[in-house]
Ligand binder design. Structure first.
Ligand code: A2P
Length: 276
């Protein structure tokens, strides 16, 4: 079976497509609408958005207009990182569903452990309050799975110590060159699936010499090496492109990187922050 059609099973039994389509930075309106329709047309069945991306409206419309049964599409959205109350999370969820024109989500994540504009805040109590709202929505059947994004080990421990439902997913930046071993080992040890945003290191990975040479060796593109790497690391990458040829390219990863070559990729150190 093609990798694009393969799934992981989350800790509550829900199936998550191994490859998803990311929509960060794709503007609401025609760009997001067309891009999501292209992704769905080309076989993607997980569409990832967030209230913060500002494109939920067009993403939802594309899902509804795709002529694909809603049950066959896995839709993720995220609670804005500054919303840290029970009532706030409830309201935000209803707003997301209304904006998207959907009556349930497959996955809903707390977008960040702390407000993106206040990274030093202590949001432990707020995360528990927001997550408790998500648990209620989950138990009421409004969301098929709940989880977190950008959470560190201590942030997850806070949830485990104070809530009932183990997060199904932690969505983090995950690409060749970024050392995520500690958080990944921790998540895997308690059954939390990693989903990977920016699998191409926001594009930086594509010009890396080692990755380029490896792509030549396997007769694939650097982007395909990056996406295949994330899958062989048991994560669910969310590549994004607005170009159909790249949307297709990013889904064609039916080859195997050898253990030795995975080790070479593991040893690359490349943090896009160094390019800022
Ligand atoms: P574009 O939308 O113009 O195709 P990441 O997923 O790591 O955040 O990287 C996304 C960036 O990489 C986007 O700027 C996207 O640009 C570009 N991109 C996505 N897929 C490919 C590809 N197969 N080849 C080259 N660039 C790509």
């Amino acid at each position: 079976m093609k990798t694009l059609h393969q799934t992981y099973t989350l800790n509550n039994g829900v199936k998550l497509p191994k490859i998803g389509y990311g929509t960060w930075q794709i503007p609401n309106g025609e760009p997001a609408y067309k891009a999501v329709l292209l992704a769905l047309k080309n076989g993607y069945r997980h569409i990832d958005t967030a209230a913060d991306y500002g494109n939920e409206e067009s993403v939802g419309k594309a899902v509804r207009d795709s002529n694909i049964s809603r049950k066959k599409i896995f839709v993720t959205s995220k609670l804005k990182s500054h919303i840290k109350t029970y009532e706030g999370a409830m309201e935000a969820f209803e707003k997301t569903l209304n904006t998207m024109g959907l009556d349930y989500l497959d996955l809903y994540l707390i977008h960040g452990p702390r407000p993106f504009d206040n990274p030093n805040a202590n949001s432990d109590k707020g995360n528990v309050a927001a997550y408790r709202a998500m648990e209620k929505l989950y138990k009421d059947g409004r969301i098929r799975a709940i989880g977190v994004s950008n959470f560190e080990i201590s942030d997850i421990e806070n949830i485990l110590n104070n809530c009932d439902v183990t997060p199904a997913v932690n969505q983090i930046g995950y690409f060749i060159g970024l050392d995520n071993d500690e958080i990944q080992d921790y998540c895997e040890s308690i059954g939390i699936q990693i989903t990977s945003f920016s699998p191409l290191a926001i594009g930086y990975a594509l010009s890396n010499e080692t990755i380029r040479k490896m792509a030549e060796k396997y007769n694939v593109t650097p982007a395909q090496i990056c996406i295949r790497y994330d899958i062989q690391k048991n994560t669910a990458p969310l590549p994004k492109s607005t170009h159909e040829s790249r949307i297709i390219e990013n889904s064609q990863v039916d080859f195997t990187i050898s253990e030795g070559d995975m080790e070479i990729l593991n040893n690359i150190r490349m943090d896009p922050r160094q390019f800022d």
